[in-house]
Structures are given as structure tokens and as C-alpha cells.
Write a protein that binds this ligand. Structure first.
Ligand code: MN
Length: 241
């Protein structure tokens, strides 16, 4: 791995190899990039960014993100509708997101969608670190015309998904809507969050999906932002999350 370069601010890059990852038989390599310096204008919270690379026989995925970004994103997944949804997470979560994914799309999009959720969850957990000074809880209601979704998230340290979305149709273009639950389950398991996703109404499946992902981005933003009154405290009476 590269050594830190000279200058007022630099990345410390540590490569950590895990021959066996959280799932059986996968090779999982993490490039963990905590930021050692302080950025002007952000005096209380160190930069929260991470790159995670996850390779299996089914998919090869790399996610780079910055939780304190401006919502810019670069997506290369081979699944256009999922990219449309991930753009919403970046834009409404104000998270910079760079995702490259290659998967066994000749079978179907299942492995690729699930594994992008897993790798995104890992990257968020890595970037977030010890959760000091964050709001921890986030929620959002987002409408799009007739559709309305509510997403509530807790960076609890425990994976839990409640997913109450009924789809007006089985596919959006080529995209199988069953895969959205797989995406969120993968994310939840690896970000270690409690996530409640409810579609409250909607007759257009594209609208339903878009409200869910926009609300997810908004809820993420609220939960991950600094709470000035929390200071350096971990938002739990246990003292850790
Ligand atoms: Mn749309």
C-alpha cells in the first residue's frame, strides 16, 4: 500500500486482508482509509471516507464513498435502474459514491444487486468508524406524485430489516423488484443498522422505488450528520454502538 505523502493533509492508507470474509468462501479485501487531518470548515468531525473491495466468484465490486460529500457519483454496475436508485441515495444523502461492479448478469441481477448492498453497507460502516457525535437516528418521508415512502434508520450496531413494500408490478423495465429487499438486507447486515422501509402508497412501481431510495438517502443523511450538542459522545447510554 502507498505510504502517506507529504503535505498538510494526507490519507493514511492501510490495507487489511481477510482471507475469509463475512460470508463463507469469499475473498474480501478492505482498503480502509481513515483521514488523519482536519478539513477547514469541518472542525469537529474527521473526514469519513472509505473504499471497500469485495470479490467473490459471482461478483467483483468496489465501493468508494465519502459520507460528507456533495452527492456526486460515478456508477458502473451494468444495471441501469439500480444506478438510477443509487444516484438518489448519493444526491439526497449528500454522499459521494463511486461504485464499480461486475457480476454474473448472464444468470440474473440477483447476486450483483445483493452484493452491491453488502459492499455499500461495509463501506458505510468503515467510513463511519466509532459513531462519535452523530445523530444516530434518521427518518424521512418522501413523496413522488401519488407515491409516498417512509424510511427510518438507526445506526444501532445490530442488523434488522423491516421491509413493507408492495409492488404494483413485478418488473421495472428489466429490473426484478424482488431484488430491492435483497439490496437492503445486504446493506443492513453489513452496515449493522436497524432499517424500517415502508411504502405507504403508490400505483406506479418506478415511483414507489424512487420514493423508497430517496427516503433512504434522506434518512441516512440525518442519521450520519454531526449533532453539535452530542460533541464527541457516542449517542448511546451503553457508551458504544
Ligand atoms: Mn425516476
Amino acid at each position: 500500500m502507498g505510504a502517506p505523502k507529504s503535505g498538510a493533509e494526507w490519507w493514511e492508507i492501510k490495507g487489511i486482508e481477510f482471507p475469509r470474509g463475512p460470508s463463507n468462501g469469499i475473498l474480501c479485501t478492505l482498503f480502509f482509509m481513515p483521514f488523519s487531518g482536519r478539513r477547514p470548515g469541518r472542525p469537529t468531525m474527521t473526514e469519513r471516507a472509505a473504499t471497500v473491495k469485495r470479490d467473490t466468484l459471482e461478483t467483483q465490486i468496489q465501493v468508494t464513498l465519502n459520507l460528507d460529500g456533495d452527492g456526486s457519483c460515478r456508477l458502473e454496475t451494468g444495471i441501469p435502474f439500480l444506478e438510477h436508485m443509487l444516484e438518489q441515495v448519493a444526491r439526497h444523502g449528500l454522499i459521494d459514491l463511486d461504485i464499480s461492479a461486475r457480476g454474473d448478469l448472464h444468470i440474473d441481477a440477483h447476486h450483483t444487486v445483493e452484493d452491491i448492498g453488502i459492499t455499500l453497507g461495509m463501506a458505510v460502516a468503515r467510513a463511519l468508524g466509532d459513531k462519535k457525535g452523530i445523530r444516530r437516528y434518521g427518518h424521512a418521508y418522501v413523496p413522488l406524485d401519488e407515491a409516498l415512502a417512509r424510511v427510518v434508520i438507526d445506526f444501532s450496531g445490530r442488523p434488522g430489516l423491516e421491509f413493507a413494500v408492495s409492488w404494483p408490478r413485478a418488473r421495472i423495465g428489466e429490473f426484478d423488484v424482488d431484488l430491492f429487499r435483497e439490496f437492503f438486507q445486504g446493506f443492513v447486515n453489513h452496515a449493522q443498522v436497524t432499517l424500517h422501509v415502508d411504502s405507504l402508497r403508490g400505483v406506479n412501481a418506478h415511483h414507489v422505488a424512487e420514493t423508497v431510495f430517496k427516503a433512504f438517502g434522506r434518512a441516512l443523511r440525518m442519521a450520519l450528520e454531526a449533532d453539535p450538542r452530542m460533541g464527541e459522545a457516542v449517542p448511546s447510554t451503553k457508551g458504544s454502538l
